[in-house]
Design a protein around this ligand. Structure first.
Ligand SMILES: [Zn+2]
Length: 274
């Protein structure tokens, strides 16, 4: 992740993207294309600053409030049962994730509890050695007591690797450290089973996915575009990222069926754009 100060280029790109998403939403309505049954969202930081992956508290609360009008909040454990086919969702649903485990997400703890949302947080296991150049920020992480408090409050604690290294560039020894090693570290730190993984940058390899499966993880989440239906690969669960370049109303158009298909197609043909 890189720093971004909302340059003219970013603003222009965001404006064009907003128009495109609005058109996809209208297209789906006209042709009665149903919205995806479940959407998994990835947020990072709740703060009013210039980091691209921060979002201010008021906008975040408005986005979640709007989502709750149409969709039921679900936990990752429920999502695992949906994907395995054990208990598929019958109503429009969403799952909320926070990657990296920044302390500032505690600002929305009360709001989420009062809204009935059970989020998941994906901290790094070895935060003392976090790769801050990969992260693009050096903001404070949640500490051990805060993670234990969140776990006791019903939040699900996942794992976002040990140090946030790029999974595409690891030796086999590093794969073990960043997957099974990270799981063990977090389990002994927080005192709960760690069953969910979010790939740094959303990127994985076959070797990494196999290591996670062997380590006993239930699900691993990417930043790919796709539909979260029963029977999909539980180690490549697609998510929709939301950051400060998205307006509140745009948030509802990010996951129209046509928008997901469009993004998946663009990423396949023009991966360097992302
Ligand atoms: Zn991350």
């Amino acid at each position: 992740m890189r720093k971004d100060t909302m340059s003219f280029r970013t603003k222009l790109f965001s404006g064009l993207r907003r128009i495109a998403y609005r058109m996809f939403t209208i297209f789906d309505r006209v042709f009665r294309i149903p919205e995806p049954r479940v959407v998994v969202f990835a947020y990072h930081s709740i703060a009013e600053d210039s980091w691209r992956y921060s979002i201010d508290r008021a906008s975040f609360e408005q986005q979640i409030t709007r989502l709750l009008r149409k969709r039921k909040p679900r936990s990752l454990s429920e999502l695992a049962r949906h994907i395995s086919g054990e208990a598929p969702f019958t109503e429009p649903s969403f799952v909320l994730c926070f990657d990296d485990g920044y302390r500032d997400i505690l600002d929305v703890f009360d709001f989420l509890r009062d809204s009935g949302v059970t989020p998941s947080v994906f901290p790094l296991a070895d935060r003392a050695h976090a790769d801050t150049s990969e992260l693009g920020t050096d903001r404070a992480f949640l500490g051990t007591e805060e993670l234990r408090f969140l776990a006791k409050s019903g939040w699900e604690i996942g794992c976002h690797s040990a140090t946030h290294r790029d999974m595409w560039a690891l030796s086999s020894k590093q794969v073990a450290q960043e997957t099974v090693g990270a799981k063990r570290m977090l389990e002994s730190e927080v005192g709960v089973p760690i069953r969910f993984f979010a790939y740094p940058r959303g990127r994985s390899t076959k070797v990494v996915r196999r290591a996670l499966r062997d380590a006993g993880f239930l699900l691993a989440l990417s930043m790919d575009d796709g539909f979260v239906e029963p029977g999909i690969d539980p180690f490549r669960v697609p998510r929709v990222g939301v950051d400060r370049t998205h307006t509140v109303s745009e948030c509802e158009t990010l996951f129209s069926t046509s928008a997901i298909v469009f993004r998946a197609t663009v990423k396949r043909w023009l991966p360097s754009w992302f």
